[in-house]
Write a protein that binds this ligand. Structure first.
Ligand SMILES: O=C[C@H](O)[C@H](O)[C@H](O)COP(=O)(O)O
Length: 223
């Protein structure tokens, strides 16, 4: 049983006719977008906002109608994956580098539903390196200020000779903290550094988390 597919398809059951839907990024969100594509083909009318260029491409291939923020007031429901989920449903996101658009879309949504397989559940955030999107200008000073928060940083590469560039033209520093005991403090400290555009901590944003298990079970966690 594909646990990611299971969770993705379960979340899509919440999508209703006429909704504006935020489309997440990654290998789990992929399954939700695929399912939405099937429903649209069968006559469901929705409008969608993608959280990355890759999801935008997928949505276009599936004929899911897209809208921009200028055309809507609010997003009804956003479905997205996560890299880590703690017991209070705080998240680390951005393993695929899409954290900034993901956070803008989730923040503009009436409901934010996270989908994942069981491997994403943790007691404390931080085993997964925290992705932080930073401007190329001032990289070294931004990096030093982030390291002062007691973490090691690695500039993300797309391959051996190229720096990873986000959809917004920025870099990602993957930050290795010992453990993130209070995500809201780290979140605030990071975002106060001028060269930081956004960080991958999603604190108090997910209302519901749907976990798929390889044996076919589903678990729904709620705030
Ligand atoms: O930037 C990428 C996103 O935050 C993804 O939603 C996250 O990395 C989880 O991806 P996946 O479902 O592929 O594990």
């Amino acid at each position: 049983m594909n646990a990611k597919k299971l969770a993705g398809e379960k979340a899509v059951e919440q999508v209703k006719e006429g909704m504006v839907v935020g489309l997440g990024t990654g290998s789990t969100a992929y399954w939700a977008v695929q399912k939405l594509g099937e429903l649209v083909k069968d006559g469901l009318h929705i409008k969608a906002i993608p959280t990355s260029k890759s999801t935008e491409k997928l949505a276009i291939e599936l004929n899911i109608p897209l809208v921009s923020f200028s055309e809507i007031n609010e997003i009804d429901l956003t479905i997205d994956g996560a890299d880590e989920i703690n017991p209070t449903l705080d998240l680390i996101k951005g393993g695929g580098g899409a954290l900034l658009r993901e956070k803008i879309v989730a923040h503009s949504s009436k409901k934010f539903v996270v989908i994942a397989d069981e491997s994403k559940l943790v007691n404390h955030l931080g085993s997964f390196p925290l992705p932080v999107e930073v401007t190329p200008f001032g990289l070294d000073v931004t990096k030093r200020e982030i390291q002062n928060l007691r973490c090691n940083t690695i500039l993300r590469q797309s391959d051996a000779s190229n720096i990873f560039i986000t959809d917004n033209g920025n870099y990602i520093l993957d930050c290795y903290f010992e453990s993130i005991i209070d995500p809201s403090i780290i979140h605030t400290q990071l975002n106060m550094i001028p060269g930081v555009v956004e960080n991958g901590l999603f604190v108090n944003m997910a209302e519901q988390v749907i976990i798929g298990y390889n044996d076919g079970r589903l678990k729904v966690l709620e705030k």
